[in-house]
Design a protein around this ligand. Structure first.
Ligand SMILES: Cc1ncc(COP(=O)(O)O)c(C=O)c1O
Length: 365
C-alpha cells in the first residue's frame, strides 16, 4: 500500500495525519541559525520547563525520535540483567515492536486480558517468581494509557496498580503514545497528574507523533516524592533513582539521542504551550464520538458504547471491509472475530466523519 497525502482524512491511524501548523512554525523558528547539539539549545530548555510545569518540579524530560525507541530506552534504564516487564498481551510493546525490547535483553511477561488492561492479580502472580534464580525477574509493570483496545485506566486503578507494583519491588512504566487522548477523556489537564505522577507512575513515554508532531516523543522520569515513598519496597525506590542516573546512557545506547534535538523539542514546545496538545487530543476524541453516533444504529457493527478515546473497534465482514477500504484504508484488529479499528486524528473534520459514515451505511446496510 502506498499513497500520496489526500484531502480525505484517513480513519486508519492518527499516524496518518499531518503536522499541526504551530509545530511547523516552531520547526521553522528552530531552523534559524545554529544551536548547540544534543539538547543544549533554548527549545529543549523550554520544552523541559513546560514538562516541569505540567508534571511538577523535578520531572526530567528526555526527547527521543519515536515511540518504540522511547519505550525500549525507558525499559532499558529500568531493567538490569535477568529482568522482565509485565505487560498486557495487547500491548504495543508485545505485539508491535518486533521484539525490540527482547533484543535489548528485556523479557516481556505478556498477560492475557480481554480489555487490554493489566490487573493487580497479574502483578501478584508474577511477583511469585521474585528471587527464583531460574526465572526472569519481574522488575517493571508497563501500562498503556489509553490501551491498544481504546480502554482507559482510571486514576484509582493506576494508583492501586502502582501501589501493588511498588510493594512487590517493581517499578511502573506508562506507554503514553496517546496520552493526549487519555488526558482529554479523563477530565483535561487538571486530571493528568492524578493518573500519572501522583498515582505513582515512575517513567512515562509521552507521545507526540500521533498528536500533531512530525515525529518525536519524550520519556519523562518523575521525582520520587516523599508522599509516595512509603509504597516503595526495599530497593525499588533506589532502583527508580538508579534508572534516572542511567537514563542518559540508556538513551544513547538504544540509539534515541537526537543530535539536532532542537527539532524534536521545538515541536513539543509548540504543542505544550497553552496545553494545545490536550485540545488536539480532545478534538480526535470528539470526532470518534461523532462517528460512533453516526453509525451506532447499524447493529452488525456491534458498537455498543461510545468510544472512551479516539478509536472504534467494529465488526465487519471481510468483503464489506474490502469495499470500505477503497474509501478509507483501515487496519484489521482482531481478524478471528472480523474486528477492525477505525481511528480519528487531531485534524479529523466533521465532513470527514460524515463522508465515512455515509460510505459505511452504503456498504454495510
Ligand atoms: C500504544 C503505542 N505505543 C507506542 C507506539 C509507538 O510506535 P512508533 O515506534 O511507531 O512511534 C504506538 C504506535 O502505534 C502505539 O500505538
Amino acid at each position: 500500500m502506498s499513497s500520496s497525502p489526500t484531502s480525505l482524512r484517513s480513519f486508519a491511524s492518527d499516524n496518518f495525519a499531518g503536522v499541526h501548523p504551530a509545530v511547523m512554525e516552531n520547526l521553522q523558528a528552530a531552523n534559524l541559525g545554529h544551536a548547540i547539539a544534543y539538547g543544549g539549545d533554548v527549545f529543549t530548555d523550554e520544552a523541559a520547563h513546560q514538562f516541569e510545569r505540567i508534571f511538577g518540579v523535578g520531572t526530567q524530560a528526555f526527547f527521543v525520535f519515536g515511540g518504540t525507541g522511547g519505550n525500549v530506552f525507558a525499559l532499558s534504564s529500568l531493567c538490569g540483567p535477568g529482568d522482565a516487564v509485565l505487560c498486557s498481551q495487547w500491548s504495543h510493546l508485545h505485539i508491535d515492536e518486533t521484539g525490540a525490547p527482547e533484543r535489548a535483553g528485556i523479557k516481556l511477561l505478556a498477560v492475557p486480558s480481554t480489555d487490554a488492561k493489566v490487573t493487580t492479580k497479574d502483578i501478584e502472580r508474577v511477583a511469585g517468581d521474585i528471587g527464583v534464580m531460574h526465572h526472569a525477574q519481574p522488575r517493571v509493570v508497563s501500562l498503556t494509557q489509553p490501551t491498544e483496545l481504546g480502554t482507559l485506566y482510571t486514576a484509582q486503578e493506576i494508583e492501586q496498580l502502582c501501589l501493588c507494583a511498588h510493594e512487590h519491588g517493581l517499578l511502573v512504566h506508562m506507554d503514553g503514545a496517546r496520552i493526549a487522548n487519555a488526558t482529554a477523556a479523563l477530565g483535561g489537564i487538571s486530571s493528568l497528574r492524578k493518573f500519572t505522577v501522583d498515582a505513582g507512575v515512575d517513567v512515562l513515554t509521552f507521545g507526540g507523533t500521533k498528536n500533531g508532531l512530525m515525529y518525536g516523543e519524550a520519556v519523562l522520569y518523575f521525582p520520587q516524592g516523599a508522599a509516595r515513598a512509603h509504597s516503595y519496597k526495599d530497593f525499588s525506590q533506589e532502583n527508580a533513582q538508579r534508572a534516572l542516573r542511567y537514563a542518559p546512557y540508556a538513551r544513547k545506547q538504544t540509539t534515541q539521542l537526537p543530535s539536532k534535538m532542537r527539532f524534536v523539542s521545538a515541536q513539543f514546545a509548540a504543542v505544550l504551550n497553552n496545553d494545545l496538545w490536550v485540545t488536539l487530543g480532545a478534538s480526535a476524541n470528539d470526532a470518534a464520538a461523532s462517528l460512533f453516533d453516526a453509525v451506532k444504529s447499524i447493529h452488525s457493527l456491534e458498537l455498543t458504547e461510545s468510544p472512551a478515546v479516539n478509536s472504534l473497534y467494529p465488526t465487519i465482514s471481510p468483503a464489506h471491509a474490502e469495499q470500505l477500504r477503497e474509501v478509507s484504508f483501515f487496519w484489521d484488529w482482531e481478524p478471528a472475530r472480523n474486528r477492525v479499528r477505525w481511528m480519528t486524528s487531531w485534524d479529523t473534520e466533521p465532513s470527514d466523519v460524515k463522508a465515512f459514515a455515509e460510505a459505511i451505511y452504503q456498504i454495510v446496510t
